[in-house]
Design a binder for this molecule. Structure first.
Ligand SMILES: NC(=O)C1=CN([C@@H]2O[C@H](COP(=O)(O)OP(=O)(O)OC[C@H]3O[C@@H](n4cnc5c(N)ncnc54)[C@H](OP(=O)(O)O)[C@@H]3O)[C@@H](O)[C@H]2O)C=CC1
Ligand SMILES: O=C(O)C1=N[C@H](C(=O)O)C[C@H](O)C1
Length: 251
């Protein structure tokens, strides 16, 4: 008989969290034992005897949530953004004191977005120019998106490895912000437009040609299969795992 995993969702009434609650409830091997949102005590996780949580909350609160979970030996699958190297180091420190506990942090749980990032990194060594444009709903708290930051880092690493120099840009005057933010030398532009969900384009260019790689999350259901895969894997991966691609076999 398949063992059932008891799951708590943090940010359960949010845009993604509510979708995750539906997804978890529909699976026979997962039992939704706690739905926690702003103002609810984290002790609900202990009352439900949660073995793992999913966190889609806010960059300002996610570290407190994870400190609680790790200290109680509860595995975590984390979609919330805002993870820089310092935060990841803090998580590693907490996890060192809680052997056997696993945390998976992923900037994007949709399969298409993972492939988009992989394709962008594969294309990067072949083009002189590259910029990232992320497009989201206007209620998003952070900019640029975690996905855009990660994409820029992957592109920069691929360019470095190929021995490419800086991306050419003759801009010497203009309005502040007109060229976007710069992540590891790659320009990243954020658009916030009502009606959008989560979208990204990577534009690459060389002499006489451009290549555009685009991904669209049209519905937040796009994140759920990746979250479920993360839940099923996280208990077997003690310590910190960054990126859903570490869990999925994308070939
Ligand atoms: N990795 C991925 O694939 C994806 C990541 N994200 C990221 O996930 C995060 C959430 O996104 P989204 O669902 O759109 O945001 P929402 O604002 O819709 O949802 C967040 C929910 O968390 C609640 N919340 C706030 N503080 C706490 C707390 N301390 N404990 C529990 N719940 C809390 C909020 O309540 P209240 O509104 O009352 O504050 C809200 O209901 C963002 O960082 C976003 O970038 C989003 C999509 C995909
Ligand atoms: O806030 C969102 O909506 C999303 N956040 C994540 C990010 O910042 O990359 C993932 C996806 O883009 C949706």
């Amino acid at each position: 008989m398949t063992e059932v995993m008891r799951v708590g969702v943090l940010g359960a009434r949010g845009r993604v969290g509510s979708e995750v609650c539906r997804g978890v409830s529909a699976e026979g091997d997962l039992d939704l034992v706690a739905q926690v949102d702003a103002g609810d005590p984290l002790d609900l996780l202990l009352e439900g005897d949660a073995q793992a949580v999913v966190d889609f909350t806010h960059p300002d609160v996610v570290m407190d949530n994870l400190e609680f979970c790790i200290s109680h030996g509860i595995h975590a699958v984390v979609g919330t953004t805002g993870f820089d190297d310092a935060r990841l180091a803090t998580l590693r420190g907490w996890l060192a004191d809680s052997p056997g506990t696993g945390v998976l942090v992923a900037p994007n749980f949709s399969i298409g977005a993972l492939l988009m990032m992989r394709f962008a990194a594969a294309a990067a060594p072949w083009f002189e120019s590259v910029e990232v444009v992320e497009l989201h709903h206007p209620d998003k708290a952070d900019a640029p998106s975690g996905t855009a930051r990660r994409t820029a880092q992957l592109i920069a690493a691929a360019r470095d490895e190929a021995g490419l120099g800086p991306v050419p840009d003759a801009t010497s005057t203009g309005l502040e912000g007109a060229r976007g933010a710069v992540v590891d030398g790659i320009h990243v532009h954020g658009l916030r437009v009502r009606g959008l969900v989560a979208h990204q384009e990577v534009l690459l260019g060389g002499p006489g040609e451009t290549l555009t790689i685009r991904h669209d999350s049209l519905d937040r259901a796009s994140f759920v299969p990746g979250v479920l895969a993360g839940l099923r894997a996280v208990g077997d991966r003690p310590g910190l795992t960054v990126g859903l691609e570490q869990v999925l076999d994308l070939g």
